[in-house]
Design a protein around this ligand. Structure first.
Ligand code: HEM
Length: 500
């Protein structure tokens, strides 16, 4: 039967072969670069045929917003992963859940704890952990070269685990953090597109277990996910203080018509924590890379001049300084643009056929908002899009980007922006971040391409965090040792200010 849109052409794209379509041209790694190149020939909306699977790639903020946000009722689903999601996560992964009633229920539970208002109440935790970051990077006496990853990850993990479970993370080898890494690594393996035939042919899943080896792999993975997230849920519920776990459990208890097993709530909170951790850590790592590779353009010096004028050299910068430091906001926005941690976004999916700008969008298409292209649109962001230029954010208002679109937009974006702002302003206030030098005394080249994957990470590198003066050392030693602070009391104060 002909549909209303069957006479419309598909969006343009590279020429496809019979049966396999564009599969032979499909990039093996870093797909966002090839998508970007194609968009330059075929335009802001392109169609790929991956062996029969329609993939729509959106390359501008406008097309992404028009489809994923304005037509949110139809473009908010996710592609189907039989092994990684349905089997290994029992269908409970927040990022992968289909757009259905149960998803909406989880979103309803999440939204009060991640709202802009809640995020504002969490500032004392971000204040605390960013102080500790400064102390952790003050590496007496000889300022050795370090890879800052551990110190940055400790900070982001501790912000999230304190808020979610009342658990402060003291070092990057905290056992819970290490367990999360192991589980996530195994999950990434399971989720690799194309690894399991059953992902393309779900009917195979009806085979008996001895013919379907993925079933036992998935079952064993589920036990690990469950142990991690239920363990954390229990820790949260047992804590003396308020935390997000308790808040969400209380919401569940107050909904008399809802039955939600502990592992389902635990998975929602735990996956939220995972999503928070990687993206925030790696965005901060890209900040350090930006200082090393793009600082010569003058933005670091300009930011430090502003900070010196507003904050001075006798105290730390704080959230109260934010209105007086618009340039630091611009640095954060430019960071999210220059290296969007989710370079190809997270794929959406549409179950129904529709049309856009005279093109037919087939039912069951995967829809990718390619942040890499979206952040490089010169018509929106001006020239020299490969350069780190915060000034572009100081003129007329630009679209904020990097957190996806529509009903699946990152719910953690308010919390994330606040974490980035305070860490960025404090690092700039405290340190000159200098590159490693080779034997000839030249800076060692730092990679700016990053890894493949849902979250793009800079390749390992080393840097020197040189205090900008003795005043930094004094203030950091005096104010940034946070281990004696009663974070449980801080959490109770947070609760009192927003949730009671
Ligand atoms: C700089 C840091 C972050 C970046 C760049 C980022 C980016 C993203 C992106 C691109 C998506 C997909 C949106 C879409 O499908 O259109 C997403 C989803 C999500 N993010 Fe974030 N995120 C960050 C931090 C956080 C934080 C701090 C939290 C929680 C506290 C969080 C929780 C989530 C969750 C739960 C989803 C799944 C939403 C859904 O599928 O409906 N993220 N994030």
């Amino acid at each position: 039967k002909k549909s209303a849109f069957s006479s419309l052409p598909l969006p343009p794209g590279p020429p496809a072969l019979p049966l396999i379509g564009n599969l032979h041209q499909s990039p093996k790694t870093h797909p966002w670069f090839q998508f970007h190149t194609w968009s330059q020939s075929y335009g802001p909306i392109l169609h790929l045929n991956m062996a029969g699977q329609s993939v729509i790639v959106l390359s501008t903020n406008k097309t992404s917003h028009d489809l994923l946000a304005k037509q949110g009722a139809t473009f908010s689903d996710r592609p189907h992963f039989v092994v990684a999601h349905e089997l290994a996560l029992q269908g409970m992964h927040m990022l992968l859940r289909p757009y259905d009633q149960r998803f909406k229920l989880h979103q309803k539970l999440e939204s009060p704890v991640l709202s802009e208002k809640a995020a504002k109440a969490y500032l004392p935790i971000q204040d605390l952990e960013s102080k500790q970051l400064l102390l952790d990077l003050l590496t007496p006496p000889s300022n050795p070269l370090i890879n800052p990853h551990d110190a940055i990850e400790r900070m982001t993990a501790s912000i999230i685990y304190t808020l979610f479970y009342s658990h402060r993370v003291h070092t990057a080898s905290d056992p819970i953090l290490l367990q999360a890494h192991l589980v996530n690594h195994e999950f990434d393996q399971l989720a690799q597109v194309g690894k399991y035939l059953v992902d393309s042919f779900p009917l195979l899943n009806h085979l008996p277990p001895f013919l379907a080896p993925w079933k036992s792999e998935a079952a064993s993975h589920w036990q690990k996910q469950r142990a991690l997230h239920v363990g954390n849920l229990d820790r949260g519920l047992e804590s003396k203080s308020w935390n997000v776990t308790k808040q969400m459990q209380q919401s569940v208890d107050s909904m008399s018509d809802i039955i939600m097993p502990a592992d389902e709530l635990a998975l929602n909170i735990g996956i939220m924590a995972d999503a928070a951790l990687d993206a925030s850590t790696e965005t901060m790592m890209w900040f350090v890379v930006a200082c090393l590779t793009e600082g010569h353009r003058g933005w670091v010096a300009k930011a430090q001049k502003d900070i010196d004028a507003v904050v001075g050299r006798s105290r730390l910068p704080s959230f109260e300084d934010r209105p007086a430091l618009p340039y630091i906001n611009a640095v954060v926005e430019e960071l999210l643009r220059w290296r969007p941690a989710g370079a190809a976004g997270v794929p959406h999916f549409t179950k129904v056929e529709s049309s856009y700008e005279g093109y037919r969008i087939p039912a069951n298409s995967v829809v990718i908002p390619n942040h890499w292209s979206i952040t490089r649109e010169e018509a929106v962001f001006g020239p020299n899009v490969e350069d780190f230029v915060p000034e572009r954010w100081l003129g007329e208002e630009l679209p904020t980007i990097g957190f996806g679109y529509g009903r699946r937009i990152c719910p953690g974006r308010h919390v994330a922006r606040n974490s980035l702002w305070i860490a960025v302003v404090r690092l700039l206030w405290a340190y000159d971040i200098q590159p490693e030098l080779n034997k000839q005394g030249e800076p060692v080249k730092v990679d700016t391409k990053g890894t493949d994957g849902l979250v793009t990470k800079p390749l390992p590198f080393k840097a020197r965090f040189v205090p900008r003066g003795d005043w930094v050392k004094e203030i950091v030693r005096r104010d940034c040792d946070t281990w004696k602070v009663d974070h449980l009391q801080t959490l109770d104060e947070i609760a009192a200010s927003v949730f009671r």
